[in-house]
Design a protein around this ligand. Sequence first.
Ligand code: 3PG
Length: 356
Amino acid sequence: MKLYHKLPSIKNARVRGKRVLVRCDFNVPITNGRVADDFRIRASLPTLIWLFKHKAHPVLITHLDPIRSVKPVRARLEQLLKRPVQFLENVRFHKGEKTNSRRFAAYLASFGDMYVNDAFSASHRPHASIIGIPQLLPSYAGFLFLKEIKILEEALYPPRPFLCILGGMKLETKLSVLERFLKKADHIVIVGAIANTFLHAKGYLVGKTKVEKNMISTIQQRYLKKKKIQLPIDVVVTKHVVREANSIKKNDMIFDAGPRTIQLIALYAKKSKLVLWNGPLGLIEKGYVKGTEDLIRVLGASKARVVVGGGDTHAVIKRMKKEHQFYHISTGGGAMLEFLEDGRMPGIDALLKSKR
Ligand code: 3PG
């Protein structure tokens, strides 16, 4: 049976008149005291609207990192819901959150008669508000949580041909998911900062580009000969100059994928039924955004189902007003990858084990 069907759905909870502690992930960017991107807040609205409609009394909890007050988040949420909401302060103000202290979990649990986890994107964290409370209160999955599981479960057992595009940074955190995709995907394109370490491991000059040195021998032994793995064939270096991946100069730094690489991904995408993409192609914060934008255009126009994860990529998709062209944009970055490793996360196990 699919996990989606095994999870206790909020729909089956008797919430009328009950205080429902709802763990959301409203860890959103805040600029000058205001929410700069409300994607995650909007994503939890179906759960909250449903609870109000069924005469429950939701009490919301979230973390915000860097640690600061939830006030701007509450203000945005109240604007969207057009009503006041009860919100506890940032759970990470208390050190018992990260250590999953039983006392802190009990303190949080005292605000509810039942618990709803709608924080899919934080459910890879074994923290008190994710795994501690479900031991103390009858617990359910919210609509956003369920939607993420339903769609990402498709990528766990993907239709073929299946294309996976892995970008972003921190290769070490992506190796397990790469292993899984080696079994499940037809093509895996490595882009973003993690691709630079692959290019270096392949013996290409990467100039002054930073690479993850501790990963070189693993890549050489395990991944370089895999035919499924495709590396960038051209890249964008310092001052937005495009170079062939094997012609990097000693003073260059690699910042983005080049246009021929995007064309190659477009060819793979054309043949695929499902495309999964995590992590930007370039260093967006330094203005190297063209590779990511071009890939958004390509995948947005593709006939394949395209599932995208990671906040940075979502921000670009939103700016380009192309959200509607994607089958699913996950609220999770790290959580999405961890789920795709083996379909498990601490927050999922906690819900399955909770007594109702
Ligand atoms: C995220 O922003 O990816 C989630 O909210 C998890 O945040 P964390 O990495 O601070 O645990």
